[in-house]
Write a protein that binds this ligand. Structure first.
Ligand SMILES: [Zn+2]
Length: 216
């Protein structure tokens, strides 16, 4: 089972991927997390990626592809993997297909998390962090007991610049422009399934199990 989760920031892919990868006994291959881990660990690939990162440039596709290639060749990925956060462009999708083909593999399915823009904005702008202890909150799904005050340490809650509404709308527009062509790309290849990413987390999870055809 080689599955790719696709969807905008705030769609809840990461949370679902983590849970379902465990349930299905396959590794979650989250390229963003992997890059951060490799940079922190100072591996050869991590050092290479860091040179771009430190200059504020995007890490090139071939570096990310090599990292994914290495990961999906590990023994725990013999029965499949759940890819999350990559590819984001058609060029990356072509690179991924070529890479998998070289090792006699291919994607079995691409699941798109469908969430409306107002809902994404609501989710992404609701995040708050404690200035002192960094505990995350969400105004809708995990609010603090007292407005603007951390439950744990009494610290002040703040909104990261990344989560301000103008920035959020811009991130969503960039995503739409870059990644929505991928929906056609995978639809044409007969791989695309769409799942509603709205509603309770457990319902979304069940829809994902149904889409992938895994038992309850
Ligand atoms: Zn705190």
């Amino acid at each position: 089972m080689r599955v790719l989760f696709l969807g905008p920031p705030g769609a809840g892919k990461g949370t679902q991927a983590r849970e379902l990868a465990r349930e299905w006994g396959v590794p979650q291959v989250a390229t963003g997390d992997m890059l951060r881990e490799q940079m922190a660990a100072g591996t050869a690939l991590g050092r290479e990626a860091k040179q771009f990162y430190d200059r504020g440039e995007l890490v090139p596709d071939d570096v990310i592809l090599r990292m994914v290639d290495d990961r999906v060749r590990q023994p725990d990925a013999a029965n499949g993997f759940l890819l999350d956060g990559f590819p984001r462009t058609i060029a990356q999708a072509d690179g991924l297909a070529a890479m998998l083909q070289r090792s006699g593999q291919k994607l079995d399915m691409v699941v798109y998390f469908d969430v409306s823009e107002p809902e994404l904005v609501r989710r992404l702008t609701g995040r708050r962090l404690c200035r002192k202890c960094q505990t995350p909150y969400h105004l809708v799904s995990a609010p603090p007991k007292r407005d603007g005050v951390c439950d744990k340490c009494g610290g002040e809650l703040y909104q990261r610049d990344d989560d301000a509404e103008a920035t959020v709308r811009n991130r969503l527009a960039v995503y739409e422009r870059q990644t929505s062509p991928l929906l056609d790309y995978y639809r044409q290849r007969g791989l695309l399934r769409s799942v509603s990413g709205e509603g309770p987390v457990d319902n979304v999870r069940q829809s994902l199990r149904d889409a992938v055809g895994m038992p309850r």
